[in-house]
Design a protein around this ligand. Structure first.
Ligand code: BGC
Length: 745
């Protein structure tokens, strides 16, 4: 025994110090040398031209390495829901590969609706594996811009209306991606909350609002997730374009937050050489994205940070301090990714990723209403289920802008229900309404033909007739990923369902024995028809497995546990946006830009509705289950805490129904004695727990002074005021089950 131990120990010592062959090449090539040593060594060997070269694109999705030194180019890819199909070198057009159909993961709003940090890690890890397999170094995602207005076309690519939720969900995603040696590029930094005039609009935001609402998720991604890359957004903030915004990039991101990664411009987001050089942009991508026609010749050399930078240094206009900083960051990214020491080849379109996509999507489906236990579906042998609506069949991985994907396959809701009831029930589908019949985007086609020239009257009559003898009528509608729905480049135009869908729902209600409405969207949709439906489900763009995931929830194979990541008001006018100044912004005569004034300040989402006591259709955090939960009394561990201490709050939660289920226990904090205007309460903790019937668990939240603080403009820092705070614990922001008060000393 003793002898074996000594031998093993000797072998370990040998392995640790002696057995590895000595690396006698340059330090930057030594995989075992510390990253910073590799960076400095590589930098010391580079010419001025090579350094400048690194800071710009060389193709639509790659930027330069240093070929002479064997330092590879950097490959970027969208992001954020799957790995984008390959495009031609200098074009947006598809390259026509036949082996680049990816796993489409659920839209990030679907992930946010899971309120499940472990699933976010699984998501990040899975998409990171796909990126690595495809030899991508920077994944252009995740996006964490706050849902300020329901009209923002890109809400579906983001994580909802609350900075704490987005902040907690983004961290594991980033970590999961980066475990694979792929940099997560968190976007779009910052205050980029609308698509209308996205490259010509200046967000006018006060400091408190900036720090409390729009920056925390980025900060969490950087400081807790250690994100290696950040993408500057298209818009301006305080009059300066964000891809070279001094305050956002130099002062806050690289200064206050200590970000050591690389700042990448959005494609075409860099506008000015001097600002880009001096204000912290590291890699310029996509300038003249229209095929470089804005450049005279040799487009990439004409990039703002290419020839003008080189000439500027040679003429003495610029020094090399900024250039070395940019190159250090780019080299660091390369040594963290393509030249990292650990071999990792990734995985692509594999059963594990399909399963991950299905689990994540299902966990985010939200049961909004379930009168008389309409759901789960309970269909006798040989019964009839009727699906109505375009979104039951429309494949929606395709579309939406840069998150458009070519997926290996996509199960639509009709196919999902058919799979679930094969041989057991008769599953039929009728159109109900004609919405968007496009079936291809950016040369990726779903292969469907959705043309239908019938009038709404004819379609409704057909649906009503078919509904009469159905045990269940499931209307599947909502938005889609075409322009002015949920799509990049154009905002929505209305909060209501488009394409006469309300008429279809109202016509079905009187004849349907059981009416289930599934709303598929990536942003809030008003539901004035909510009373007529037995059950309402919020579904999302769930990716490859979307239909199976939805069927899992409707059939009860999976007990719903998703919670709303945004508020759904009764009507748009109830919300915080009241003026054109606020949204979409105003452009005065002679003004170059649209000015978008964030006059509502910190009162975004539930913070607004609660402050104004405006009732909402579906509250932030709302979501039902097929079982029931009972909350005990919340308990603060002690009556007071010090400014540098912590406070633990516990609550018992019991499953009082007869099936296993998961509950998201939510903690909101209210400052009872605030001397300044503060929200009624703010999310500061959440835990998703799974409980068997009858099972009880104690959920515990530990908070510190940061969770009690507001951003104090005078001192430019966070401040917690002494006095009483109340912990509100509940199943949604509007359904608080128990409270506990404590004092901050
Ligand atoms: C989008 C980014 C995207 C980039 C590259 C831009 O138009 O705003 O989100 O990553 O294109 O496709």
């Amino acid at each position: 025994m003793k002898k074996t131990f000594i031998l093993a120990a000797a072998a370990f010592v040998l392995a640790a110090c002696g057995s590895q062959p000595k690396f006698d090449g340059p330090a930057y090539l030594n995989p075992n040398a510390p990253v910073e040593e590799r960076v400095e060594d590589a930098l010391s060997r580079m010419t001025l031209e090579e350094k400048v070269g690194m800071t710009t694109a060389q193709s639509k999705f790659s930027s330069r390495g240093v070929p002479r030194l064997g330092i590879p180019e950097v490959w970027h890819t969208d992001g954020p829901h799957g790995i984008r199909p390959e495009v031609l070198w200098d074009e947006w057009d598809q390259a026509g590969w036949t082996n680049d159909s990816c796993t489409a993961f659920p839209a990030l709003i679907n992930l946010a609706a899971t309120w499940d940090k472990e699933l976010s890690l699984l998501y990040g890890n899975s998409i990171g594996e796909e990126a690595r397999y495809r030899k991508k170094d920077i994944l252009l995602g995740p996006g964490v811009n706050i849902c300020r207005t329901p009209y923002n076309g890109r809400n579906f690519e983001y994580m909802g209306e609350d900075p704490f939720l987005a902040g907690k969900m983004v961290v594991p995603y980033v970590q999961g991606v980066q475990e694979n040696g792929v940099a997560a590029c968190v976007k779009h930094y910052a205050v980029n909350n609308q698509e209308f005039q996205r490259t010509q609009s200046n967000s006018v935001v006060d400091d408190r609002t900036l720090h409390e609402i729009y920056l925390p998720a980025f900060k969490a991604a950087v400081q807790e997730g250690n994100a290696w890359a950040i993408m500057g957004s298209y818009n301006l903030y305080n009059g300066q374009y964000n891809c070279h915004n001094k305050k956002l990039l130099l002062d806050i991101l690289k200064g206050d937050w200590g970000f050591d990664g690389v700042v990448v411009s959005d494609w075409g987001g860099c506008r000015d050489s001097e600002e880009a050089i001096l204000n912290g942009l590291d890699i310029e991508m996509g300038t003249w994205t229209n095929g470089l026609s804005g450049a005279a010749s040799d487009g990439y050399a004409n990039y703002h940070m290419a020839r003008p930078y080189l000439e500027g240094i040679k003429s003495g206009k610029y020094g090399t301090k900024e250039l070395d900083d940019k190159c250090r960051r780019i080299l660091r990214t390369i040594f963290r990714t393509s030249m990292r020491p650990e071999p990792n080849y990734g995985r692509f379109v594999c059963p594990e990723h399909y399963q991950a996509a299905r689990d994540i999507s299902a966990a985010g489906v939200v049961l909004l209403k379930n009168e008389n236990n309409t759901l789960p579906l309970n269909v006798a042998e040989g019964g009839k289920i009727l699906l109505v609506g375009e979104n039951a069949v429309k494949k929606m991985v395709v579309g939406g802008g840069s998150s458009n994907l070519k997926t290996a396959y996509e199960v639509n809701p009709l196919e999902g229900i058919q799979n679930a009831f094969a041989g057991k029930a008769d599953v039929q589908w009728v159109r109900g309404y004609v919405g968007d019949t496009s079936t291809s985007y950016n040369a990726v086609s779903t292969g469907q033909d959705l043309t239908d020239n019938r009038t709404p009257e004819v379609l409704i009559a057909e649906a009503v007739e078919a509904a009469k003898d159905a045990d269940y009528v499931i209307f599947v509608g909502g938005l889609n990923k075409s322009d002015h729905q949920d799509s990049e480049g154009a905002d929505r135009l209305q909060l209501d369902l488009p394409y006469h869908q309300e008429d279809v729902i109202r016509a079905l209600a009187p004849v349907a024995k059981n009416l289930v409405v599934v709303n598929i969207s990536g942003s809030p949709v008003s539901m004035p028809w909510a009373d007529v439906a037995g059950a309402i489900v919020q579904g999302w763009y769930g990716g490859t497995e979307t239909g199976n995931a939805l069927a899992d929830v409707l059939t009860g194979k999976i007990n719903p546990s998703g919670k709303m990541p945004f508020t759904v008001p009764y009507k748009y006018e109830d919300g915080p946006i009241k003026t054109e100044r606020q949204y979409p912004g105003i452009k005065e005569d002679g003004d170059e830009y649209w000015q978008t004034h964030y006059d509502e300040g910190i009162y975004v989402g539930y913070r607004w509705y609660e402050a104004k006591q405006i009732p909402v259709q579906w509250a932030f955090g709302h979501g039902l289950s097929y079982t029931t939960f009972e909350y005990g009394q919340a308990k603060a561990a002690k009556s007071s805490m010090n400014a540098n201490g912590t406070m633990t709050i516990t609550v018992d939660v019991k499953n009082t129904g007869n099936r296993e289920g998961a509950e998201v226990v939510q903690l909101y904090i209210a400052d009872s004695e605030a001397s300044i205007d503060r929200p009624v309460k703010e999310l500061k903790g959440f835990e998703k727990i799974t409980l068997k019937p009858g099972e009880k668990k104690t959920v515990s939240f530990t908070i510190d002074a940061d969770d009690l603080s507001y951003y104090d403009v005078a001192s430019q820092g966070w401040k917690a005021e002494k006095g009483e705070f109340v912990a509100h614990i509940g199943t949604s922001s509007a359904d608080i089950k128990t409270t506990a008060a404590f004092e901050l000393k």
